[in-house]
Write a protein of this length. Structure first.
Length: 100
């Protein structure tokens, strides 16, 4: 039994990592690096962040479509992977919106 919130969160994140494809994890890391590189003082930073937000929104829409298909097939393993992937895309969205 885990009582500490941080421990529970770490376990949950580890479960997501275990079920998400390595390609998705690599993409998430690359996007986060791009977000971190965008400087607040750069005149184009808002434009760059908006572009990343738009690209991420396309990933969210595609993942939701795939999730619907997985539910339609009763493919719970694939659905679980897609839900975890969607969580990553949503976290990226939140990070970009915070910077805007």
């Amino acid at each position: 039994e885990f009582e500490a919130e941080g421990t529970t969160a770490s376990i949950k994140n580890q479960e997501n990592i275990d079920i998400v494809d390595m390609d998705v994890l690599l993409m998430v890391m690359e996007i986060r690096e791009q977000i971190d590189r965008i400087s607040i003082t750069n005149g184009n930073s808002q434009q760059e962040l908006n572009k990343l937000l738009e690209e991420n929104q396309k990933r969210i829409v595609k993942t939701v479509e795939l999730l619907g298909e997985a539910f339609g097939r009763s493919d719970w393993v694939d659905a679980k992977k897609l839900v975890a992937t969607l969580q990553y895309w949503n976290r990226i969205k939140e990070t970009i919106v915070e910077k805007l």
